[in-house]
Design a protein around this ligand. Sequence first.
Ligand SMILES: Cc1cc2nc3c(=O)[nH]c(=O)nc-3n(C[C@H](O)[C@H](O)[C@H](O)COP(=O)(O)OP(=O)(O)OC[C@H]3O[C@@H](n4cnc5c(N)ncnc54)[C@H](O)[C@@H]3O)c2cc1C
Length: 419
Amino acid sequence: MQSKQYSFTRQVETHAHADVIVIGGGPAGTAAAIAAARSGKQVVLLEKSAQLGGMGTLANVSIFMPVGNVTGIYREIVAEMLAEYLPADHDQSIAPQYSPFLFRQYFNEKMKKENVQVFFHSEFVGAVREDRRIKAVVVSTREGLRAFEGDAFIDCTGDARVAIDAGVPYHAGREGDGLTQPMTLMFTMQDTGKPVVPILPEGCYEYNDVADLPQGRRLYWEQNGDGTLLVNMSRVKANGAKIEDVNYAETEALRQVFSIANYLQRTGFETYAIAHIAPQTGVRESNQIEGLYTLTEQDVVSGRRFADVVAQTNYEIDIHSPDAQKTTDEREVDGYDIPYRCMVPAAFDNLLVAGRSISATHVAMSSMRVQATCYALGQAAGAAAAIALDDGSAAKDVSMPKLHAILERQGVRFRVVTG
Ligand SMILES: Cc1cc2nc3c(=O)[nH]c(=O)nc-3n(C[C@H](O)[C@H](O)[C@H](O)COP(=O)(O)OP(=O)(O)OC[C@H]3O[C@@H](n4cnc5c(N)ncnc54)[C@H](O)[C@@H]3O)c2cc1C
């Protein structure tokens, strides 16, 4: 069938106005909202689901990968929730496993304390643009479409949904074929202390060998010593920002989850039962904006430093096969800077994009995508948006000395400060 196009015009009532509107409440969005609020701004955080934490809670990621710089709001979160893991120095690595349920509760209380107004079940639909500025975002709420007006906007949807809708150029996936890293449905199993009968529901697969498994490996963590097994073993070839891919992923990943659990129950975890399956299949990679600077593989492997550094990491290059082959490209890196310009779309004065959808190549994003780095980027975006409002400057002209000073006041420490 040939696709038709409709034009859709509607008068939309304004529900709220804020200095800074953050869209998406994952690691980047929560940190952006906190940082802007700490700079004295009125902040609204719009989240399409019922919880904060993004992939970290919604997709049950439940573990922080080591980034070699435990700093800023991320450090504070570790101190408040996982104090036993807090390193004495910021430049040590930690990889704590956590409860996504406790984090969900924690974020609700934290946002209240930080004076961030959170709207759940509020999904961004469209951006209202005037010249180089976003004036408002239209949001699907439980009461229908509503507008949220703001002076600055920070897109933390992970998919660059706001930026793309506003017309910011973007790319997705590998250069050449556009394939993104695959999706994974995370789940946990719990030691029941007695043998369980393995079940294999209709439609599932019988895996008998490690080689049969979707990733060709066993990948799980049981580091909390409480009998919880966190399993990251499904793998579905899909781009989590595409309609048909997501339909496929949500059914195929669930099949794999039951099949993997059945395999584990026959191969070492005979007393473990499925305890929880994430509400949604996790998205590692979808869209990247094209910003004022694009972080490259060369920057990552050469340990490049930038005068406008806003986040630092030494997390490895970590590419789960975009073809859904049973391979993962893992390469250690020594550490590098991510510059502010990766979050700035050239055509807008009051829009920043933080988190995994910053301007980066496929290989570079595979390293910068982990949670701690997204918290750092979000924090910088929130502080930068506040400076832009105070100074009446465009996002691209935010003063770096000022940004670095505010980040320092907010507890951020860099290993190497350039410039
Ligand atoms: C399976 C898997 C395993 C991973 N393993 C690890 C790991 O072990 N350790 C680690 O540190 N990292 C890991 N990661 C990576 C990490 O979880 C993500 O890259 C990180 O959460 C990205 O943060 P973000 O804030 O950019 O985006 P996200 O976490 O994706 O958050 C985006 C938020 O925006 C919301 N949103 C999206 N669209 C809209 C809209 N239209 N309107 C309103 N809200 C919207 C979403 O609901 C979500 O809450 C993993 C990721 C996956 C998928």
